[in-house]
Design a protein around this ligand. Structure first.
Ligand code: CMC
Length: 417
């Protein structure tokens, strides 16, 4: 896999001049190089020097922290973790390697990978008393509500990994969170359908084990399909991190007060739950079933273009990507692999999605506004085909994003600045 040489981080004497037109005063603001990408104007002393604040509520021009984990260039459609392109990671790596990469900055050697996998699998079980905690919820509770509560409650069970100033405890908490998240997500699902919890199986790989705990039952053997396990693993890779978005910023903000890692990740899950963040793939499925038939696509395209109609094509457009979302291309392929494996020769919803994609990509409105299909356009179709109810979609996103949140949280705690 190709990794570009990191840009040398030189101290720069460069400045930009700010002129206050009211007083004619000039202020020199230092310019610092970004980890990769555009240079950054350092406004830390702006208020002290000029008496002015900056205003950028959506962080569209603001780097909120220094981070070396993920780089996105939305204009050209690039997403990289630690310098590796997401398409290459999805093709050549598995989720455990990506976890190691996000946490440690480099891909593991075979020996490091074996040890890392072992470290994670040693923590896959949850405290037995957590079962009682989960069964205290209503059966019809949303799985993300359960996860949010249970992950926050982990801090009441694992007292020996709460000291954030201790590097070893930070590492143990990280392993616990990555390892227990699939177990908790699967338990939330099992509880909602009235089936017994399945204990994790440490002889299985990460994604395989999750599918086993979700779809297996104690009364008969459950063989996990390698194609489905690979597709699940890819979905985890594609959602592992996405820079300083709402949930990641929430984790960092919660962590900045010294809160324990379990509480911080619970805060991230709460933020992810919003429909503008993690809920879009659910909205895609809802839209496709509303459209119902290919013949009705033009009617919906017309509505999406109508300024007086609030309807938007779900799964199209992205706040950051103004070119093809690189994750969408990988997801599109996985979608076909999964449907083939499941013997779904003709999935009406996928047919509909393909036709919608074709028409939108030829339409002047969508082309000129650079509204391409995003990762959520395909992920809902795959997850539905695998047997997940839509209420589990955001739970799966949270499961995958946990490693990104932890890597960002650790980076913040370990940043001397
Ligand atoms: N269908 C129709 N028109 C659209 C759409 C769409 N999906 N998305 C944007 N537009 C139009 C919008 O009306 C506006 O037109 P005009 O300039 O004439 O007023 C223009 O495109 C720019 O829209 P915007 O809302 O300023 O663009 P944005 O970059 O702020 O919004 C977005 C990004 C994702 C919120 C938006 O594209 C959208 O609502 N998409 C549908 C929901 C969706 O799929 N969300 C999932 C995003 S991926 C999640 C993740 O990565 O975690």
């Amino acid at each position: 896999m190709q990794k570009p040489a990191p840009a040398a981080k030189k101290a720069t004497q460069e400045t930009v001049t700010l002129i206050d037109n009211a007083t004619g005063k000039r202020f020199e603001l230092p310019v610092i190089p970004g980890t990769i990408g555009p240079k950054v104007i350092d406004v830390r002393k702006l208020y002290a020097d000029t008496g002015h604040f900056t205003y950028d509520p959506g962080y569209t021009s603001t780097g909120s922290c220094e981070s070396k984990i993920t780089y996105i260039d939305g204009d050209v459609g690039v997403l990289m973790h630690r310098g590796y392109k997401i398409e290459e990671l999805a093709e050549h790596s598995d989720f455990m390697e990506v976890c190691y990469l996000l946490l440690n900055g480099e891909l593991p050697t075979p020996a490091q990978k074996t040890k890392f996998e072992r470290d994670i699998t040693l923590h896959t079980m949850v405290h037995e008393q957590l079962n009682r905690f989960i069964t205290g919820f209503r059966r019809d509770a949303h799985p993300v509500a359960v996860m949010c509560g249970v992950v926050g409650a982990l801090s009441a069970f694992y007292h020996d990994s709460l000291d954030i100033s201790d590097e070893h405890q930070r590492m143990v908490a990280s392993f616990r969170l990555i390892a227990k998240m699939p177990t908790i997500a699967a338990m939330a699902f099992k509880y909602s359908i009235g089936q017994p919890f399945m204990y994790p199986r440490n002889d299985l790989k990460f994604a395989e084990n999750f599918l086993y705990m979700t779809f297996g039952v104690p009364c008969e053997p459950y063989k996990v399909s390698p194609v489905l396990a690979r597709a699940m693993d890819r979905i985890f890779i594609l959602h592992a991190d996405h820079e300083q978005n709402a949930s990641t910023s929430t984790v960092r903000l919660a962590g900045s007060s010294g809160a324990n890692p379990f509480a911080c990740i619970a805060a991230g899950i709460a933020s992810l739950w919003g429909p503008a963040h993690g809920g879009a793939n659910e909205a895609v499925l809802k839209m496709l079933s509303e459209i119902g038939a290919k013949e009705r696509i033009p009617e919906f395209i017309k509505r999406a273009k109508d300024k007086n109609d609030s309807f938007r094509l779900m799964g199209f457009g992205h706040r950051v990507y103004k070119n093809y979302d690189p994750r969408a291309a990988v997801m599109r392929k996985s979608c076909h692999d999964v449907l083939n494996e499941l013997g779904v020769k003709r999935e009406p919803m996928l047919d509909l999605a393909m036709e919608l994609e074709r028409i939108a990509l030829e339409d002047d409105y969508f082309v000129s506004k650079k509204l391409f299909p995003n990762v959520d356009f395909y992920s809902g179709i795959i997850l539905k085909a695998m047997g997940f109810p839509t209420s589990m979609f955001t739970a799966l996103f949270a499961l995958a994003r946990t490693v990104g949140w932890i890597a960002q949280w650790k980076e913040m705690i370990e940043d001397p600045g």
